[in-house]
Design a protein around this ligand. Structure first.
Ligand code: ARG
Length: 286
């Protein structure tokens, strides 16, 4: 089943929604042709649970079609056999100001993806792409908010990688420490909704990082346990439309209350590898 639910804001929220506007974005995605769960590098993955590739493909195609319907451009990178997690394109790197830095993966199973994504960036971009020298899982752990990058660490991306990214893109980086293994990448615990608005799940972060988040984003949307547990924060926003799992019903409601337009998709097969909407989506910023 691949369903897309587009809900119309109630009249009370309509004025707030009117003040928000979506802008067209450019994404890179990778079809889950070779998707499987044969190893476990996060607590969501259980190699004994069967995966339905046809269903994964249908769910992924629905996500791609949803983006295109919203007016976004989607490029696709050729999937490589033997790299089942390559569908999670967000981890491929960071592209900002037309410059690309490809990932350097933590686990040996995903390491070849770094060079595969670097080659794609190199061929697609006008400036040569580099590959990170430090452990860096791309947009899984680096989320751009306006002219700031929020950077996760604790499970995958290293603190030295934060410095490397800040120097390379000449953008300040705010380090955030993840403490719950279920939320091993920053994009599983925090969603960027526009240039200054985020949603996050406090329990995924250390006390110090919670304080940083509260100070910098006092108006943030706070996710419930139930929404975080279905990766409801693994979302992609264009400033108005927010694409996220349809299972995060509380988050849908909170987004609507804040004038956003939540769009639910079903990505249950990919959740078996610990990924959802944002994981499948890398933003190419010109
Ligand atoms: N199985 C993948 C891993 O553990 C999932 C990656 C999800 N991607 C993300 N951006 N959170 O690396």
């Amino acid at each position: 089943m691949t369903t897309t639910t587009i809900t119309t804001p109630a009249p009370a929220q309509a004025s707030r929604a009117a003040s928000r506007s979506g802008r067209s974005k450019h994404f890179l995605m990778c079809r889950p042709e070779h998707f499987e769960v044969t190893y476990a590098i996060n607590p969501w993955m259980d190699p004994t649970t069967p995966v339905d590739v046809a269903l994964a493909l249908a769910q992924w195609e629905n996500l791609r079609a949803t983006y295109e319907r919203l007016g976004h451009r989607v490029d696709v990178i050729e999937p490589v056999e033997g790299l089942p997690d390559m569908v999670f394109a967000a981890n491929g790197g960071i592209v900002l100001d037309g410059r690309a830095m490809a990932a350097r993966f933590t686990h040996v199973e995903r390491q070849p993806e770094g060079e595969t994504y670097r080659t794609w960036f190199d061929e697609a971009g006008s400036t040569p792409a580099v590959q990170a020298t430090n452990q860096n899982e791309g947009e899984g752990d680096f989320l751009v908010v306006g002219r700031l990058i929020l950077a996760g660490t604790g499970f995958r991306t290293s603190v030295t990688a934060h410095r490397e990214v800040s120097d390379y893109f000449d953008v300040p980086v705010v380090p955030l420490e993840l403490v719950d293994p279920r939320f091993y990448h920053l994009d599983t615990a925090l969603a960027v909704l526009d240039e200054s608005t985020i949603a996050y799940y406090p329990d995924a972060f250390s006390d110090a990082s919670n304080q940083t988040l509260r100070e910098r984003f006092p108006d943030a949307i706070i996710a419930t346990d139930a929404d975080a547990d279905v990766l409801g924060l693994n979302a992609v926003s264009d400033g108005l439309n927010v694409v996220l799992t349809d299972a995060a019903t509380g988050m849908h409601e909170q987004l609507r209350d804040h004038g956003f337009n939540p769009i639910g998709v079903e990505l249950g097969e990919l959740l078996k590898a610990g990924g959802s909407v944002k994981c499948c989506t890398l933003e190419i910023r010109p």
